[in-house]
Design a protein around this ligand. Sequence first.
Ligand code: BGC
Length: 409
Amino acid sequence: MTTPLSTPINTREGFLWGAATSPHQTEGGNVHSDWWQLENAPQSFVSERSGDAVDSYHRYPEDMRLLAEAGLNAYRFGIEWARVEPAPGVHLESELAHYRQMIETARSLGLTPVVTLHHFTTPAWFAHQGGWLHPDAVDLFARYVERATTILHDVDWVCTINEPNIIAAMTALFRQQAAGSGGSGEATNRDAVTSLSLPTPDTEVADALTAAHRRAVEIVHRKTHAKAGWTVAGQQFEPTPGNEAVFERTRRDWEDRFLLVSREDDFVGVQAYTSQKVDENGPVPHPAHPTNTLSGWAYRPDALEMALRHAWDVTGGTPLLVTENGIATDDDTVRVRYTGEALTGLDKAVADGIDVRGYLHWSALDNYEWGHWGPTFGLIAVDRTTFERSPRPSLEWFGRLARTAVSAR
Ligand code: BGC
C-alpha cells in the first residue's frame, strides 16, 4: 500500500510512534467496574455488552508483539482501577503485578509504555457512592494512585485521567435525566454519545476531576520520574455565521477550562477525531452524510492539526502528545487516507514550532466502543469468537511510516 505522505514526517529524537487502547475496551471480564454494571443492568441504555472484550487481559503480549513487529515504538494502555481495588480499600497485589508485567513486556519488545490511570471506568463501589460527586472522591482516587504508582517507578509517560471533559459531559447527561429533563432511555443516550450532542460538561465534576488530576500529578512526580498529564477531547468547534459568542463560550466550557489545567503539566494528551459546528444553541449534532464515519462523526482528518494548534495556544506551550486519533471505518483504505491526512497536519504544526512528542493511533485493535461493537477503529481486526488477531494493511503502512520517520532523523 502506498503512503499518501510524500515526505517522512519531520519528528524529533524520541518521538513516540504508537497505538492506544483502554482497559475496559479490550481486557474483557471487567466485572467490578461501573460500566460492567451499566451494561448488565435491566433496561440499560447500553445496547451491547463488553463481555470478554477482545481478551487482551490474557492476549496483551500478542497485541504488543504485533505493534512492535510492524515498526511502532510505543503503546498506550491503562491500569483498571476496578481490578486493582475491587472493594473499597482492598488493593490486589496480583493485579498490580499483572500491569507491571505489561510494562515489562512492552519494554522487552521495544515499546515505550504510556500508562493511563483512569480511562472512563471506576470501581462499581465508587460509582454507587456518588462517583466524582462524592466528597471523598479525590482522596479515594489519590489512594488508588498511590498504589498504582508503586509499579510505575521506571515509566516515562503517565496519563492521569482520560478525557475529563467527556466524563463531566456524561455526568451532566445522567444528572439531567435523574432530574427528569433532557430525555431518558436507550435512544437518547446512544444518540447523545454518537452524535456528540452531550450537554455542557458538569462544572462540579470538572472541579473534582481537576483536583483529582492535581493530586495524581503530585503523586506521580513524587513516586516516579514520569512526565504526567491528562488527556483532553478536542471537538474542534467551528462557529456558524453570527454565533461566534456561543462558539467562544462552548469552547471555553468544553475544552479550554481543561486545557488551562495543563499549563502546569509536563504534557497534555491531545485527542481529536472530528470537528463540530456550533449554532445559537451550542454544538450541532453531525448531520447525516455519506462520508460520516461508523461512529456517526464527520470525516475530518484536519481535526488533529486544529486540536494541536488550539492546545498549544491555550496551554501557552505545554508539550503535546497525541494520545488518540483515528477513525471508525470498515474500509481500511479510508483509515490509511484519514491517518495520512491527519499526520500531514501534525507535520505542519511541527514545522511551525509546535512541540509534539508523539502520535498514538486510536486504536491498536477493534475494541468495545462504549456500548457498541460496530465502530471499528483498529489497526488490527479481532475475531470475537476465537479472538484471533488479523493485522490490517493500515498497521503495516503505519509501521513503515514510523520506521521511515525515525530513520530520516
Ligand atoms: C475515548 C476512547 C474512545 C474513542 C473513540 C475517546 O473519546 O477515549 O475510549 O473509544 O474516543 O470514540
